[in-house]
Write a protein that binds this ligand. Structure first.
Ligand code: SF4
Length: 577
């Protein structure tokens, strides 16, 4: 089984070990007193050959006549989210709750369009998933394939073969998320919330914070992730345009990691009125590829007009937000501050360790004043360092979960100088970010010419359809595995395919004001007005316009979320990394 990029058995540096036994089985309702063994001082649990569990007297374990058969423990997703014991088990449970089989079962049982019970099937796919598919096709065919071509092919497959009625990529939703996220940052700058603000798009990191570092929760942005904003767009905005209620739409998203299944299942994204979720089912890139293989669809084959951009699409397609391939959150803030400052600014970049941990400082050219200090931090090891640093700068004692406490002021004097703390950190759990998510396609790990799989069995890789060679540094073709930096670079290259120069990190000159972004900004304002329904006049042709109180409340409902601490015995900083 594959886990998220943060939780892999192949790279123990980033593996969070299950640190406690699952607590759920001991949370049984009290049975009536008479069902207990009379007078027994202690009981033991025995398992018979059929796998059934029995509680028997410890004084006489062989005495079958006083045994009591125990109920099999049922562990739901919400149990896993509320537990402090492990993370990996939750993901295992999700494999059965949200899987490609669920999607196929739904599609095959969806009543016909003409019937009232029909649900509109909608598929949304993340750009990182498109990049993974593109890298895979490009490396096996030897010729580069763009995200647009892959999107067109996925759309053709999903509509013609599976029966989806609408297929979108999630970059317009990401555009809305970036706008709202910038708005939230400006609110915090004005004192309406804590700084530094930490990114909120990665459920891998958020689950970890909720379980092990709840003292960090006030710092995490409340803005929904692109997946969940897409859920709002599909179920509420498109829904009202199509004349469909949220529960009359079945929304599937294709994401680069399993953690997105956890995210979609959060209680905050459940609509009580219509008993439905913003995203009904999440499948990974690998699961989508598996469905295509099972249905005999060859993704390497072109479809008609696959390279022609559709500038009149219902929502803008494949918006390439410059910055990082994990959402460009930090870049969007740098852009906003640069654009609003009255004089030119300089951006300084400092590598802390690797490209997974960098600091960015914006200074006014004329005065030298530091306007903004942010960081990009990917991978759990770096993340832990950032948690310590943010805690120190914010005056919060870290590593005590809900028991974390304030110990001082935010800015600390060091070396006789005021050192400015971070204003923002783009935090992602996976080393390399979302292009390296655990649900992405994984080329087979093997050296060139190796004929055995990792368990030592002879395999014909080409016949099995799993040949996935990529060029090594010496030019020779070799296999790659998930977590392999070379392969991650291939996916990163595929992600930026359409841009003349791949921007690997935030840059001072990155602009987002060309045609597609202008259209996206206008449509974003329209989405805001349609969903928030401002009254009392005022022009709301931009995302930043302030609406009346009730409309602002709706804006929070549609585009923001909340987190809650999970009481835990796990001390985050005590976990071995
Ligand atoms: Fe998922 Fe991206 Fe977070 Fe990895 S970094 S767990 S792919 S959201």
């Amino acid at each position: 089984m594959a886990f998220s990029g943060a939780l892999t058995l192949t790279d123990l540096n980033d593996f969070l070990t299950p640190s406690q036994a699952c607590i759920k089985p001991i949370e049984q309702a009290n049975e009536p007193e008479e069902s207990k063994v009379p007078g027994a001082a202690a009981t033991e649990i025995v398992i018979d050959s059929g796998g059934s569990y029995y509680e028997v007297s410890a004084n006489d374990p062989s005495s079958k006549n006083i045994e009591r058969k125990l109920q099999q423990a049922q562990i739901s997703l919400n149990d896993c989210l509320a537990c402090s014991g492990c993370i990996t088990s939750a993901e295992s449970v999700l494999i059965t709750l949200q899987s490609h089989t669920e999607v196929l079962n739904f599609l095959s049982s969806n009543p016909p369009v003409s019937t009232p019970d029909h649900k509109i099937p909608v598929l949304s796919i993340a750009p990182q998933s498109l990049a993974s598919l593109a890298a895979s096709i490009s490396s096996s065919s030897g010729s580069p394939v763009s995200l647009l071509q892959i999107l067109r092919r996925v759309r053709a497959f999903s509509t013609r073969i599976l029966g989806f009625e609408h297929v979108y990529d999630t970059t317009f939703a990401r555009h809305l998320a970036l706008l709202e996220h910038t708005q939230e940052f400006l609110e915090r700058k004005k004192g309406e919330g804590k700084l530094p603000m930490l990114a909120s798009a990665c459920p891998g990191w958020i689950c970890y914070a909720e379980k092990a570092h709840s003292e960090m929760l006030p710092f995490i942005a409340r803005t929904k992730s692109p997946q969940q904003v897409m859920g709002t767009v599909v179920k509420s905005w498109f829904g009202s345009r199509w004349g469909a209620q949220p529960d009359q739409i079945y929304h599937v998203s294709v994401m680069p990691c399993y953690d997105k299944k956890l995210e979609a299942s959060r209680q905050d994204f459940y609509n009580d009125i219509y008993s439905t979720r913003d995203v009904d089912c999440v499948i990974t890139t690998g699961e989508l590829e598996l469905i295509m293989r099972e249905k005999g669809w060859d993704l390497s084959k072109p479809v008609e007009n696959e390279s022609t951009p559709d500038f009149d699409a219902e929502i803008p397609e494949l918006l390439s937000h410059p910055g990082t391939s994990s959402g460009s959150y930090l870049q969007s803030l740098i852009n906003s501050i640069t654009a609003s400052h009255p004089s030119p600014v300089d951006l300084a970049v400092k590598f802390i360790r690797t490209s997974d941990y960098e600091e960015f400082t914006l200074r006014a050219q004329d005065t030298g004043e530091v306007l903004f200090k942010g960081a990009k931090c990917y991978g759990f090891r770096n993340l832990q360092n950032v948690v310590r640093k943010v805690g120190r700068e914010a005056g919060v004692q870290v590593g005590r979960g809900a028991a974390g406490r304030m110990v001082g002021m935010r800015a600390k004097k060091r070396g006789g100088e005021d050192e400015k703390g971070y204003d923002y950190v783009e935090v992602m759990a996976c080393p390399g970010g979302c292009v390296n998510g655990g649900g992405q396609l994984k080329p087979i790990a093997r050296a060139a010419g190796q004929k055995e799989d990792e368990e030592g069995y002879a395999r014909n890789w080409q016949e099995s359809g799993v040949e996935m060679p990529v060029p090594g540094e010496d030019g020779a073709m070799q296999g790659a595995k998930w977590g392999n930096k070379e392969w991650t670079k291939e996916v990163e290259r595929a992600y930026w395919h359409d841009l003349p120069m791949p921007p690997p990190s935030p840059r001072p000159d990155a602009q987002t004001s060309d045609g597609p972004f202008d259209r996206a900004d206008h449509l974003a304002a329209q989405v805001k007005v349609d969903l928030c329904r401002p009254t009392g006049g005022g022009v709301h042709d931009t995302w930043v316009s302030v609406m009346d109180e009730e409309a602002e409340r709706r804006r929070h409902e549609h585009f923001r979320t909340q987190y809650r601490a999970v009481e835990s015995e796990v001390i985050g900083l005590a976990v071995k990394w």
